[in-house]
Write a protein that binds this ligand. Structure first.
Ligand SMILES: [Zn+2]
Length: 467
């Protein structure tokens, strides 16, 4: 870019560094997790309060604002003609009482980091985007197309905010969202979730199997209740399986002569199941290896054959696949309930662009049928993909490279972001590669240098895409 313009952006952010951080603090001090809807507060009073504070912030920076029924706030710069939308959010996830650095709603700066709920997800990036627009305004470069900041209040709990916005507004020709990571995420895999049915007659001493609390979480614990089984007799079999699964197992007596078999592994997000150690598949492996007879036991072996412990790619189920743009399919069996004489198990699969109803949905059902089990035929929730060859994406990568000196490249992820349903939208920042901001966890933080860098990257992006 023009060296003079680059220097102006540089100076603008150095001059306003402290003010930008103070603005982030103003938003972080407003606890804005979702509450009960009330009159004029569709997601509760807390997200609405954050939205009203953001109206003030945007006006202070000279933006044209519109509050859309307390669902979203828009702040505009430039002419009417739509150009670039920036999509960020003001709601946060709830906090637990395990914060060690500060009160989550009383932000503090420490060693170059700003701590507090929402500093990284997504209030800090929202403010940095606003300051990027303010920078472009101060530079006085006329825009040919509009830059619009859209600040939502329901990203974490369902997306009712942007559904409301897009019900009466067209998607802009280009949209970026600083609600994930740099450089650019241009592919979000599809999602395929279904249920496996395993009849349970009680002829093998297996009374029930339970695991999981959320379909998108790999369970860290699972338990089975067994009847007429001698704990001493099964112990060596369990030990053998434990060596293979690397999970821990505990056998405990219950009041009525039954025993409880509890398996403990490690939890993970279903978008990256390989980072955990699935307690449910480890428990199934143990049940399949018990020295018992009966049809139920055979069905456990079939289940163990379809979902062997450690297979996060769907190989045994016959659905493993990958492509160069969107990577590998991942799959994890995350929930199990015992209902009306059957086990109902649910899995979460994140599938690449090459996945189809035939090579995924029908293939899984056929594999289950071949061992006498049933899988419901459910639909694939479509993936998201914006071509890396577009000028739009090339420009984003160039802006990123300009300010970081690092190579810009496109990434794919298993999860979904704010732009999943948009045709021409991608996640662009705001976390820098390799930085774990502890989003959704305790001691969430944003590095102040990274927020400033994001502001500069976005300022150049607006200049390049709207002029
Ligand atoms: Zn977020």
């Amino acid at each position: 870019m023009d060296p003079k313009q680059k220097q102006q952006i540089e100076q603008y952010f150095e001059k306003n560094r402290n003010q930008l951080v103070e603005d982030v603090k103003r938003l972080v001090r407003i606890r804005s997790d979702r509450g009960d809807p009330a009159q004029d507060a569709p997601f509760g009073e807390a997200p609405k309060a954050a939205l009203l504070e953001a109206v003030d912030l945007c006006r202070e920076r000279g933006m044209q604002t519109e509050n859309m029924d307390n669902y979203v706030l828009t702040a505009d710069l430039g002419p009417e003609e739509p150009g670039l939308d920036i999509l960020a959010h003001l709601d946060v996830v709830p906090v637990a009482d395990n914060w060690t650095v500060c009160d989550p709603f009383e932000p503090v700066e420490k060693e170059g980091k700003l701590y507090g709920r929402g500093t990284a997800d997504d209030k800090g990036p929202a403010v940095a985007a606003l300051w990027a627009m303010a920078c472009v305004k101060e530079l006085g470069v006329p825009l040919k197309r509009r830059c619009r900041l859209i600040l939502g209040t329901d990203e974490e709990c369902g997306g009712g905010d942007i559904a409301h916005y897009y019900a009466s507004n067209e998607e802009a020709p280009m949209t970026v969202s600083p609600d994930a990571e740099f450089p650019v995420i241009n592919v979000e895999k599809g999602m395929y979730r279904s249920m496996v049915h395993v009849p349970l007659s009680g002829d093998s001493g297996i009374v029930s199997v339970e695991a999981g609390f959320k379909l998108n979480v790999v369970p860290d614990t699972a338990q089975a209740v067994l009847q007429g089984v001698d704990p001493k007799e099964i112990a060596p079999y369990i030990r053998m399986v434990a060596r293979e699964t690397d999970c821990t197992y505990a056998i405990g007596p219950m009041d009525d002569g039954k025993i409880r078999l509890i398996c403990t592994g490690e939890g993970a997000h279903a978008a990256s199941p390989e980072t955990g150690n699935n307690a449910l598949t480890a428990l199934i492996a143990a049940l399949a290896n018990l020295p018992v007879q009966g049809e139920d036991h055979k069905r456990m072996q079939a289940l163990n054959w379809l979902f062997p412990h450690g297979d996060y790619l769907g190989e045994a189920l016959g659905v493993a696949q990958s492509d160069s743009i969107s990577g590998e399919l991942t799959l994890s069996l995350n929930m199990c309930k015992t209902v009306d004489g059957e086990l109902q198990l649910q899995y979460d699969c994140r599938c690449p662009l090459c996945a189809t109803e035939d090579n995924l949905v029908k293939a899984a059902s056929a594999a289950a049928a071949s061992v006498g089990l049933t899988i419901d035929e459910t639909r694939i929730f479509p993936p998201h993909h914006v071509s890396a060859d577009s000028d739009f994406i090339k420009t984003l990568l160039r802006c990123y490279e300009e300010w970081t000196g690092d190579e810009g490249k496109c990434l794919y992820i298993g999860g979904g972001t704010y732009v999943h349903m948009l045709k021409h939208g991608v996640a662009f920042g705001a976390a820098m590669p390799g930085v774990d901001n502890r989003m959704h966890g305790a001691d969430e933080f944003a590095r102040i240098d990274d927020l400033i860098a994001m502001g500069k990257i976005y300022a150049q992006t607006i200049l390049e895409l709207c002029c």
